[in-house]
Ligand binder design. Structure first.
Ligand code: SAM
Length: 285
């Protein structure tokens, strides 16, 4: 991957390197976008990812006896589901308002507000780390931290957006492109891990072994175009686009785009290509 050194934004956690096209990322500003509509995100957007959560937990063999960390846990639905499989769970997210939702859903879990580049746990704490569309091409440094907190022989499962443009549900993500041009370029850099060979190379460079790519199902479902537009508007990338065009224009464009996909008597359904990676830390000698 071509990488360039980027200056950090004032107050940002320093970044070693970022892929070409990526913007510096201040984790403390994340809540402004991701947290502002926490209840909408938790109830209208996140539940559709249940297929992805179930599939990755199954592939990782999450079970009783596991100590699992979910990185960029959002509103914590994946944490709640991992606990139902018997794992003792922890989660971290930069959005304080999403972590508030996660704490209500999983009062027993160790849920913290923080940065995936500086995980607030000691070395070798977890048997499993998951992250659902939380580790990006623009956040490769997070993998060093994930490796640090995993026990030797610990399991990692990541999902990332795959070939979105070729997906039947590509229309559902199209309104994010209403953002300003540098941000749209940044979105492309963020989703680079799903490209053939890229995620594998990044994971191996970060010291993971037994890296495998797996198919992960992902389908957003909504009752109608207005509900879809409201759900999409609750996300961080939507906030970036809304800053450019305003919320009414964002909602109108999203609703307009969805209307063509309405089928009488059926929910709106947007299947999007998501790629999963499984890997391990090397076993102790
Ligand atoms: C695409 S969402 C995925 C959320 C959740 N994993 C899910 O499945 O819904 C990306 C998440 O990454 C979080 N995030 C962004 N930058 C972060 C950082 N530096 N450290 C921790 N979390 C971060 C956001 O707050 C958001 O919850």
């Amino acid at each position: 991957m071509t990488e360039t050194t980027m200056p950090a934004a004032p107050g940002a956690v320093p970044h070693r390197t970022l892929p070409a096209g990526a913007l510096p990322h201040d984790w403390r500003a994340v809540d402004e976008g991701w947290g502002r509509r926490g209840p909408d995100f938790a109830t209208l957007s996140e539940p559709s990812a249940c297929r992805e959560y179930v599939a990755l937990h199954h592939a990782l063999g999450v079970d009783h006896g596991d100590h699992l960390l979910d990185v960029a846990c959002g509103a914590g639905l994946a944490v709640e589901l991992a606990a139902l499989r018997g794992a003792t769970c922890a989660g971290v997210d930069a959005s304080a308002r999403l972590v508030d939702v996660a704490r209500v859903r999983s009062p027993e879990a160790d849920l913290r507000v923080g940065d995936m580049h500086d995980l607030p746990w000691p070395d070798a704490t977890f048997t499993v780390v998951s992250s659902f569309r939380g580790v990006w091409g623009t956040t490769p440094g997070a993998l060093d931290e994930i490796r640090r907190v995993l026990v030797p022989g610990g399991r990692l499962g990541l999902t990332v957006w795959g070939h979105v443009k070729a997906s039947p549900g590509a229309w559902a993500l199209a309104p994010f492109r209403l953002a300003a041009e540098p941000q749209v370029r940044n979105q492309a850099a963020m989703t680079s891990l799903g490209r053939p060979g890229v995620g594998e190379a990044v994971l191996e460079a970060a010291g993971f072994v037994d890296v495998r790519r797996v198919r992960i199902p992902f389908a957003w479902e909504f009752a109608d175009p207005a509900t879809y537009a409201r759900a999409l508007a609750s996300t961080g990338p939507a906030f970036v686009a809304i800053q450019e065009v305003g919320e009414p224009a964002f909602l109108a464009a999203a609703e307009r785009g969805a209307t063509a996909h309405v089928r009488a008597g059926l929910p709106l359904r947007a299947e999007v290509d998501v790629t999963g990676f499984l890997a391990r830390t090397a076993a102790a000698r």
